[in-house]
Design a protein around this ligand. Sequence first.
Ligand code: FAD
Length: 380
Amino acid sequence: MVEKTDVVVVGQGIVGLAHAYAAVRSGRSVCVIDRHSRALGASIRNFGFVTVTGQARGEMWALAMRARDVWARVAPQAGIDVLQTGLTVFAHRPEAVDVLAEFVQTEMGERCELITEQAWRRDNPAIGVTPFEVALRSPHELRIEARDAIPKLRTWLEREHGVRFLEPADVIGCDAARVETTRGAVQGDAVFVCPGDDLNGLFPETMARHEVTRCKLHMLRLGATGVKLPSPVMADLSLVRYEGYSGLPTAHVLRQRLEIERREMLAAGVHLIVVQSADGTLVVGDTHEYGDAPTPFQPQDKDALMLDALRDTLPGMATDPVERWIGSYAWSPQGPWFSEEVRPGVHMTVVTCGAGMSTAFAIAEQVVSRALNTDLSEAA
Ligand SMILES: Cc1cc2nc3c(=O)[nH]c(=O)nc-3n(C[C@H](O)[C@H](O)[C@H](O)COP(=O)(O)OP(=O)(O)OC[C@H]3O[C@@H](n4cnc5c(N)ncnc54)[C@H](O)[C@@H]3O)c2cc1C
């Protein structure tokens, strides 16, 4: 028997759920199909860090601002706790200070401030930070626990918005808005395919045209130390990785210095993000390794580099890992995301950088508005 609905979404990661949400806001009935009974991909393996400051200048920064607003509205309705807000970036080197000073002069510096070490220590006497030159404080970010938030979002869409999540099945073909799965067919007026880093599944030729490959990351959870961080934390290495900073002219000088002082970390794609969970444990990452078929192994030397990066900034917090995991996301050298009508009525959306949690709600609004000829951008 063929199931019927207005809209079919393939994938229950954040990109699929964001499309489902946009579609129900436009008044459509929605079915979601995923091969697993619960989300297992990048969307539950990340930091849960909805990051604005540091996103690439222009479109990505604007998308992140919008998506952050959607998260702020949806989270309380869906029972998702916002565990931390804002961001602190410590600049340990004078070259990093120059990057932050340039950053705050741009439009991306809106409502961000540079604070002295003395002022920061006065506000946060319990936190043992390595001496630094200046810190950037951003008010924009939100941090949720991704592994809890994604299932809660699913439950909320199901209960409050009538989204139907079908039995787990592989989607094996989509044509003229008919979706073939390993458990039968589903028909909809529009289909949104949100497959994450599934490169060789649906529409592999589209993935290949966008040169999509995978980025593999190592992640650690460290035991609680009893200290509460006021916000998520980044430091110098992030300023040469996150494009909102690394695209600034001054970042080049910082990179030259880091190439000498932290060569091994840069080679492993290590930079520092530290976020804190409700139980006080820290999620610390990450490494970056590119290729279409990453190995499932997590060598200790790379984890050790992450701990070294943490010691560079928060030495007292580098406790033993209590959990380790690997994640991977879709990545393309051509741009941070794409959405294409791959067949009439079938739209495929892939976030091809590591910023899907920070942008998916805004990307989905754009894609669904265009596909269903409706305007969701301003409606709250
Ligand atoms: C370790 C790590 C840290 C990160 N940190 C951050 C961060 O702090 N902030 C941020 O903004 N982003 C972060 N990201 C990136 C972010 O997690 C991703 O951009 C985002 O989760 C991608 O969402 P998605 O829905 O496209 O993919 P996924 O979450 O992988 O979901 C895709 C889903 O599609 C399903 N699927 C695919 N093909 C089929 C098929 N043929 N049939 C049925 N089902 C199918 C899969 O089963 C899967 O559930 C991080 C990523 C990782 C891995």
